[in-house]
Write a protein that binds this ligand. Structure first.
Ligand code: NAD
Length: 418
């Protein structure tokens, strides 16, 4: 693949796309038009560091397709961010939004930096300068960023403030995932993890696994992982293991998730938590459990470790956690898969609610938010399940086939200009 986007993660997204396009029998020219991002911006972001040096970071924003509305997708601050990874994540956002019926094309942004090694002031200056460079590219009717790995509500507040100052008016709708007081929505912080837990519960119903006493293990204990763990624990599921970038903890009788979150918030990670035993890096993927939830980064489940998975349900809370080889193993196993574009769609769904509220200068209650969220999740789950049964496809291919078909149909109906 001769493409500036070529990278291991872009290859995962493309392998999935080609599999499904083969199955849908999509003509080669149509396939290529829809595969590659519509627009991509590469930025050099100079930042004055606390010691007086100027450090130049590389940042990106990729808009995958514009056929269904403005584009939407998170912003990642992580050392491994590349243009290719950003393009892959934008592509997945396209299929995800289409699957759930949200009026967006996919986008993603990121800066290659290590936020754990930066001061708050440095991160604020980086965020504001990145936003300034992005001004011609983003906006409530153009492209609406949100949090992803390494960013959260505070970053969204800085983006909204920087953009609003440049426009000369308040523009809360330029980002979602903002603090509630600045026009964010109740329930957004919890939405992705809450959605993961809702879908895990639906899969457990299907497999006749009782939540009370069922076991779950997670990789990743940030926004998504911690909220999924808290919600599952509240429905009676025992969280037996959690691994993050600092280490892993295990307790067969179930971890105290709230205490683990307090510890991780205070110390920066789960390592050193006294309420469990130390778990070696990667060991979470070979634990026997009902539900395994990768909620960290891409390419964690590979051809190498997938044969050793001992879960009944694999809930892909992270984007792209499974490589093409890992997926091949999963397709030939009995594991019930909740694929990423379905599993974590709760996040962008409540982001959509936030954007709608901003556009209308109106706010909904948390009951309203959750009720609307669960209705969209239930429909998406049923759509994927029914498609999978009807066509004898796995859950991943079924979810992708629905999302990709909708984007292709939108492009076909809009036609080609001129
Ligand atoms: P976050 O920054 O809040 O948390 C990331 C977690 O991953 C942290 O616990 C970190 O320690 C862990 N991690 C990082 N590197 C690791 C490694 N090498 N080994 C083990 N753990 C590691 O990020 P998040 O917002 O929770 O996002 C997690 C995943 O969910 C990402 O794939 C993201 O794209 C996806 N996602 C997030 C949202 C959202 O609303 N935040 C929505 C949809 C999908």
């Amino acid at each position: 693949m001769a493409s500036i986007f070529d990278s291991p993660v872009y290859q995962i997204a493309n392998a999935q796309y080609d599999r499904v396009c083969d199955w849908l029998d999509v003509a080669q020219d149509v396939r290529e038009r829809t595969r590659n991002p519509k627009r991509a911006l590469v930025l050099r972001i100079p930042v004055k560091m606390d010691d007086g040096r100027v450090e130049s970071f590389e940042g990106y924003r990729v808009q995958h397709h514009l056929a269904l509305g403005p584009t939407k997708g998170g912003i990642r601050f992580h050392p491994d961010v590349t243009l290719g990874e950003t393009a892959a994540l934008a592509m997945w956002m396209s299929w995800k939004c289409a699957l759930a019926g949200l009026p967006y094309g996919g986008a993603k942004g990121g800066v290659a930096c290590d936020p754990h090694a930066m001061s708050r002031g440095e991160i604020e200056r980086l965020t504001r300068r990145y936003t300034t460079e992005l001004i011609p590219f983003i906006g409530p009717k153009m492209d609406i960023p949100a949090p992803d790995v390494g960013t959260g509500e505070q970053h969204m507040a800085w983006i909204m403030d920087t953009y609003s100052i440049a426009m000369g008016r308040g523009e809360p709708g330029v980002v979602t995932g903002k603090p509630v007081i600045l026009g964010g929505t109740v329930g957004r912080r919890e939405a992705t993890g809450r959605g993961v837990a809702f879908l895990v519960n639906r899969a457990m119903d299907l497999l006749k696994i009782r939540a009370e006493g069922a076991t779950a293990a997670l990789q990743g204990f940030g926004n998504v992982g911690s909220q999924a763990a808290l919600t599952l624990a509240a429905s009676g599921v025992k969280i037996i293991a959690v691994e993050d970038h600092t280490g892993g903890v295990h307790r067969a009788a179930g971890l105290d998730v709230r205490a683990l979150l307090d510890h991780a918030t205070a110390t920066g990670g789960v390592a050193g938590f006294s309420g469990g035993d130390v778990l070696d890096s990667g060991a979470v993927f070979s634990l026997s459990c009902d539900v395994l939830i990768p909620a960290a980064l891409e390419a964690q489940i590979t051809g190498k470790n997938a044969p050793g998975l001992r879960c009944k349900i694999l809930a892909e809370a992270a984007n792209g956690p499974t490589t093409a080889c890992g997926d091949e193993v999963l397709r030939n196993s009995d594991i019930f898969l909740i694929p990423d574009i379905l599993c974590n769609v709760g996040g962008v769904t409540v982001s959509y609610f936030e954007w709608v509220q901003n556009e209308q200068n109106f706010s909904w209650s948390e009951i309203e938010i959750n009720d609307r969220l669960y209705r969209i999740l239930e429909k998406a789950f049923q759509d994927v399940l029914n498609f999978s049964k009807k066509h004898g496809l796995g859950m991943r291919d079924a979810a992708l086939a629905i999302g990709i078909s909708k984007v292709l149909e939108a492009k076909r109906l809009r036609g080609l200009f001129p």
